[in-house]
Design a protein around this ligand. Structure first.
Ligand SMILES: [Zn+2]
Length: 137
């Protein structure tokens, strides 16, 4: 879907398109329970796209095991594909990660990622992502 189309979607339309869990995470800034998502332990090669609009967000090349129970990446596939914004909900000072194309919530980024690469940990909800495996490795 293109940006104009997804930006025009109403919350009622999002509710129909997404599962209740996806709606809660993507549209209400929810967080799935750790170790329950489908991708935290996924080690296949491919691309993680926005579950709401299909925008490319994270490559499996940047995914690492953080033991947090959520898929963790040291950077987005392109910094232009995500929005980073301050989030002071729940009395914590965090940086929210959202999809640049549709504005949906994805997760948070923390400064405790692998030091040998970026030092960032993009902590992303599995249900906010749709994984597309690479066909020919
Ligand atoms: Zn999106």
């Amino acid at each position: 879907m293109f940006m104009d189309d997804v930006r025009k979607m109403t919350e009622e339309e999002w509710k129909k398109k997404l599962t209740p869990e996806q709606y809660h995470v993507l549209r209400e800034q929810g967080t799935e329970q750790a170790f329950t998502g489908k991708y935290y332990d996924n080690h296949e090669s491919g691309m993680y796209e926005c579950a709401a609009c299909g925008h490319e967000l994270f490559s499996s090349d940047t995914k690492f095991d953080s033991d947090s129970g959520w898929p963790s990446f040291d950077k987005p596939v392109n910094r232009e594909n995500v929005i980073l914004q301050d989030d002071s909900n729940y009395g914590m000072q965090r940086t929210e990660v959202a999809c640049k194309n549709c504005g949906s919530h994805l997760g948070h980024v923390f400064p405790d990622g692998p030091k040998e690469t970026t030092g960032d940990r993009y902590c992303i909800n599995s249900c906010a992502l749709e994984f597309k495996a690479l066909k020919n490795k």
